[in-house]
Design a protein around this ligand. Structure first.
Ligand SMILES: Nc1nc2c(ncn2[C@@H]2O[C@H](COP(=O)(O)OP(=O)(O)O)[C@@H](O)[C@H]2O)c(=O)[nH]1
Ligand SMILES: Nc1ncnc2c1ncn2[C@@H]1O[C@H](COP(=O)(O)OP(=O)(O)O)[C@@H](O)[C@H]1O
Length: 192
């Protein structure tokens, strides 16, 4: 079997606070040629987040129905709190329309996509160093110190999964790392 160098679906995962959300936002704002998957989540919208743009915000009951009905390509409870999942039909429609699809999901989800869609490309987003990852997590200031410690423990496990991925991109600089990702997807960054 020949594997296409640029599969339709690319999965971006990496440890907490490495900058997955930041890179996704950068790509949403600068590369309209990338079809960024919008996940369903049970968490509440933050200020500035719009339903259907950043996430589909659903209640736990609706989320459970989507899982039960086999509508999720993958799903996971992230950081032991809320459920997040990729709606299969939306991805399939985008692929059928010839789009280059990007899924920004956690490691548990990436592993499920590998089971369900092995032809996808798996990209690991890595920090320049452990110390820089800690700086980003603490600097973001969105978690209390206890939760930060918990996430750093998880981050060690997540970093150990790098070898499961096809390629690593180091998030040293947001625009450089985003250009590298878009190029890997078979798109031209200059198109932005
Ligand atoms: N498995 C899975 N993880 C997701 C999905 N969407 C987002 N995530 C992950 O959920 C985590 C939390 O995302 P978010 O609530 O936006 O918060 P933040 O990353 O802490 O700012 C991140 O690690 C995302 O990669 C999804 O559809 N499936
Ligand atoms: N290339 C980078 N250089 C410096 N800081 C970054 C970079 N990418 C992201 N950050 C910062 O690191 C923190 C964590 O990024 P975030 O996107 O929330 O991570 P994740 O979604 O992976 O948990 C944020 O404060 C963000 O501004």
């Amino acid at each position: 079997m020949t594997v296409s160098p640029h599969p339709a679906v690319t999965v971006l995962a990496g440890p907490t606070a490495v900058g997955k959300g930041t890179i996704s936002t950068y790509i949403r704002d600068n590369y309209p040629q990338v079809w960024l998957s919008v996940s369903a989540t049970t968490r509440n919208p933050r200020p500035g987040e719009a339903d259907g743009v950043h996430y589909f915000f659903v209640g736990p009951e609706k989320f459970g129905e989507l899982v039960q009905d086999g509508e999720m390509l993958e799903w996971a409870i992230v950081h032991g709190q809320n459920s997040y999942g990729t709606i299969r039909s939306k991805v399939e429609e985008a692929v059928a329309a010839g789009k280059r699809v990007l899924l920004e999901i956690d490691l548990q989800g990436a592993r499920q996509v590998k089971e369900n869609l092995p032809e996808a490309k798996f990209v690991f987003l890595a920090p320049p160093s452990w110390d820089e990852l800690v700086r980003r997590l603490v600097g973001r200031g969105t978690e209390a110190p206890e939760e930060q410690q918990r996430r750093l423990e998880t981050a060690k496990l997540e970093l150990a999964a790098e070898s499961e991925f096809d390629v690593t991109i180091v998030n040293d600089d947001i625009s450089r790392a985003s250009d590298e990702l878009v190029t890997l997807m078979g798109l031209t960054p200059n198109d932005r």
